[in-house]
Design a protein around this ligand. Structure first.
Ligand code: 5AD
Ligand code: SF4
Length: 447
């Protein structure tokens, strides 16, 4: 009998990368490999890398270093590195120069070639490198090994055309390309038949979905189509760009009962001068108007955002505009980032880079404000009843279950243990900064 073969995938960064890793896992399954936790026992280890998140690159190189002795002990192991970092030539050069333990490098545009590349790497005494500059036709129907049973990520478009001046994504993920709607409907229908109830549509800027297609279709139209798929209970999506969020999308969110009351709408910075240099193409005023329109149309909608602190040239007064937006909108939560240089982007060459000390001070001020608001907003929910989609046993208390509201809030609750994948009604008993506590309606703890 053949020896069983194992793989381990280590994923950095966003949901898009997680979704790509699910596709790599799907291809490995077909090739006869099984997943394994312990990398010492793996025949193939893949690092799926990220260029956006803070320090992700430092972590990747540190981790690759740890594989040097492992690779000596097990020279047959294949060490592969892929994802956004590999679209940067200087990073690939560094790997070729300094990390001889690496066997295979590929990028974001040729993920579907992985089985072929793996076979080459297994036969080649030297490193195999294949990185494409641009994505061609979208490759459909790749096998996929999904991480969760009842919820799934579905990428609806690839790439980004916006070129925000701080961002590396247009360089690492290429130009915008939308998947054909029939392909998306087909994938989600199949997921629903397999028991999936919640889908999250992914794209760098889902609001410009359809622009690259011949067919006349917008993101709002797509949501209306997906809302009809039987078996799907919840539809989420991210990320939206404020400049492309149409009235029709707001109408579609309101109309479609499965589309959840949550919008992730990054504003990045509050000051108009900074927004202009960031190339965001909206103003503080237009952003706030948009938020008011959304809040009026969909009462109780949860709003989350991304904010960058310390963009080149940001003064204390400019930063106050960021705090203003945070105070006025009262986001349910915010992902906050210290501006950091991404080589190859316009902002990397800008003068007036902000010293770390000032950046950190502003960052702390923003965090304190946001934490206070998150706690206040969650406290307002005490005593209300929420529909919760049960995801599993609570991470911090194994006596409890946990799940998410339609507004994407984490709820830890006392309730039935065998309800994973179900929608249940929970009375919220306590609102905290990061999560809610509750009790399942009708639950008798002697059950
Ligand atoms: N520095 C800091 N934050 C960044 N982001 C993207 N590029 C950078 C950068 N160079 C943040 C933005 C984006 C999120 C995914 O990452 O806020 O919305
Ligand atoms: Fe980056 Fe801007 Fe595109 Fe978002 S919209 S991926 S921040 S370039």
């Amino acid at each position: 009998m053949n020896k069983k073969k194992y793989y381990k995938i280590i994923t950095y960064g966003c949901q898009m990368n997680e979704n790509d890793s699910e596709k790599l896992a799907g291809m490995l399954n077909i090739l006869g490999y099984s997943p394994i936790e312990d990398e010492e026992k793996a025949d193939i280890v893949i690092f799926n890398t990220c260029s956006v998140r803070e320090n992700a690159d430092v972590k990747v190189f540190g981790n690759l270093g740890h594989f040097k002795p492992l690779k000596k002990r097990n020279p047959n192991m294949i060490l592969a590195v892929c994802g956004c970092m590999m679209q940067q030539q200087e990073i690939v050069n560094k790997i070729m120069d300094k990390y001889p333990q690496v066997d295979l490098v590929f990028g974001t545009h040729n993920l579907h070639k992985f089985p072929e590349l793996l076979a080459n790497a297994q036969q080649s005494p030297r490193i195999v490198v294949d990185v494409w500059e641009e994505g061609g036709e979208i490759v459909e129907a790749l096998p996929i090994e999904r991480k969760y049973e009842h919820k799934a990520y579905v990428t609806i478009m690839y790439g980004c055309n916006n070129f925000c001046s701080y961002c590396i994504v247009p360089y690492t993920r290429g130009r915008e390309r939308s998947r054909r709607p029939e392909q998306i409907v087909q994938e989600i229908t199949k997921l629903a038949q397999e028991g999936c109830k919640e889908i999250t549509l992914l794209g760098q800027n889902v609001n410009s979905y359809g622009k690259s297609l011949e067919e006349d279709i917008t993101f709002a139209d797509l949501l209306r189509r997906l809302n009809n798929i039987e078996g799907i209970e919840r539809i989420r999506f991210m990320t939206s760009h404020p400049k492309d969020l149409s009235d029709d999308l707001i109408a579609a969110m309101k109309e479609c009962d499965k589309v959840c009351e949550h919008l992730h709408l990054p504003f990045q910075a509050g000051n108009n001068k900074i927004l202009k240099i960031m190339n965001r193409r909206y103003t503080k005023e237009s952003y706030l108007n948009l938020i008011n329109k959304i809040k009026d149309a969909i009462p109780g909608i949860a709003l989350t955002t991304d904010i960058i602190v310390g963009f080149p040239g940001e003064t204390d007064e400019d930063f106050e505009d960021t705090l203003d937006i945070v105070r006025e909108v009262k986001f349910d939560s915010a992902f906050t980032f210290l501006y950091s240089v991404r080589e190859g982007t316009p902002a990397a060459k800008m003068e007036n880079q902000i010293p770390d000390e000032i950046k950190h001070k502003r960052f702390q001020k923003l965090l304190d404000l946001q934490h206070q608001i998150s706690a206040e907003e969650n406290k307002l929910l005490e005593g209300t009843i929420a529909e919760v989609f049960v995801e599993g046993v609570s991470k911090n208390d194994t006596e409890k279950m946990s799940g998410r509201t339609r507004t994407n809030k984490l709820v830890n609750f006392i309730g039935k243990k065998d309800s994973i994948g179900e929608l249940v009604q929970i009375k919220i008993t306590q609102g905290q900064t990061w999560s809610l506590n509750g009790v399942q309606i009708g639950y008798d703890d002697k059950e």
